[in-house]
Design a protein around this ligand. Structure first.
Ligand SMILES: NC(=O)c1ccc[n+]([C@@H]2O[C@H](COP(=O)([O-])OP(=O)(O)OC[C@H]3O[C@@H](n4cnc5c(N)ncnc54)[C@H](OP(=O)(O)O)[C@@H]3O)[C@@H](O)[C@H]2O)c1
Length: 264
């Protein structure tokens, strides 16, 4: 379960890193980010997700990757109704990430058609690897499905965890039908599922922590390419990266995790 294809021949480790809220706070933010990025790269988990919406996170990630950008897959986003501002966001990203963004996503589907037009030109010029679109809300999944069917993107980013499963209805089956990669945002429910039943109850499932159990739960759906849990804590990064080495859970063990969560 360690590597899966995200789209058009680009493979990623099944655990990446989100940067929302964790790379933008406190006087130690750069040192924390450096430590987390080091831990992830050491474990071969080289996918990093960011956005212009996340304050200084994109710049902090760029600095954390200094001297090792070639080891990383950078997924970030364009988040603005304006094409002009979108191009300005992209120009800053090229500065931070050594002249290339590996996965460029339209954040929350804002002006998606207008952005995907110029983003496709940047992809053809080799400055973008894959194009994607993200949304966090089931209320936007009909529109997301239209973008997926447009043929303009190679991957999507959506929420999935034992408490948020709406993508199982249409988005995951459609991604499978169209051969699109799927990045899972909020795999720990923005921290709500970070802690759960004690480790002793989890060991029979081959996991050491509740966070790892929840990440493995999502990765055991074969339509998922990678999960991107956010953390500012290098020990949590190591615990999360373990999920990439798990062989995957069968149906009954997935149900067991869901039952453990309901009974907590
Ligand atoms: N496009 C969109 O609309 C959108 C929306 C939401 C998220 N995203 C992307 O998806 C990423 C992940 O989603 P998210 O940040 O909302 O939430 P998440 O990854 O589900 O949860 C992050 C929280 O879990 C905690 N955590 C991480 N590892 C842990 C562990 N091993 N044990 C215990 N706690 C742990 C973190 O705290 P510590 O720092 O203490 O570890 C953090 O508070 C975002 O960072 C962002 O890149 C995109």
């Amino acid at each position: 379960m360690e590597q899966r294809e995200i789209g058009s021949g680009l493979s990623v480790a099944t655990v990446g890193l989100g940067t929302w809220s964790v790379f933008d706070h406190g006087p130690d933010r750069q040192a924390n980010a450096d430590g987390v990025v080091t831990a992830m790269l050491r474990d071969g988990c080289a996918l990093f997700d960011s956005s212009p919406m996340y304050g200084r996170a994109e710049a902090v990630l760029g600095a954390a990757l200094a001297g090792r950008r070639d080891q990383a897959i950078v997924a970030t986003k364009i988040w603005t109704p304006s094409v002009e501002e979108g191009r300005a966001q992209f120009a800053r990203q090229l500065d931070w990430y050594g002249g290339r963004v590996d996965v460029e996503q339209v954040h929350n589907l804002v002006s998606w058609h207008a952005h995907l037009e110029w983003m496709a030109e940047e992809r053809a010029a080799g400055r973008i690897g894959l194009l994607g679109a993200t949304h966090y809300s089931p209320g936007a999944f009909d529109e997301l499905a239209r973008v997926m069917r447009s043929g303009l993107i190679q991957m999507v980013q959506v929420p999935l965890n034992p408490d948020e499963r709406q993508v199982e209805d249409e988005i995951l089956p459609l991604a499978e039908e169209l051969g699109l990669g799927v990045l899972v945002m909020r795999p720990l429910g923005s921290g709500r599922l970070g802690a759960g039943p004690p480790a002793a109850e989890l060991r029979p499932l081959g996991v050491e922590s509740w966070a790892e159990a929840v990440l493995v739960w999502a990765l055991s759906d074969p339509r998922v390419t990678a999960v991107i849990p956010a953390t500012a804590n290098a020990e949590h990064a190591v615990a999360n990266a373990r999920a990439a080495r798990h062989p995957g859970l069968g149906k009954d063990d997935r149900r067991r995790i869901e039952a453990l969560w309901r009974a907590r």
